[in-house]
Design a protein around this ligand. Sequence first.
Ligand SMILES: [Cu+2]
Length: 69
Amino acid sequence: MKSETIRVLGMTCDHCVQTVKKAVADAGGVSQVDVDLEKKEVSVDFDDAQTDLKSIIENIVEAGYEVEG
Ligand SMILES: [Cu+2]
């Protein structure tokens, strides 16, 4: 199990939060997603045997948000 925090730009409301959460969960092997709208941070717990940070970031970008760093 791995925990990563990703900075995501472009989230403005609850709808964005739900969209990002779904996009992250779609990467598979994700057990927990927390979005802090104020800090623009997405915390993800995932099984690194099933997915990786790169796939999670790709999903966020595909959903229309910008990942910083
Ligand atoms: Cu929104």
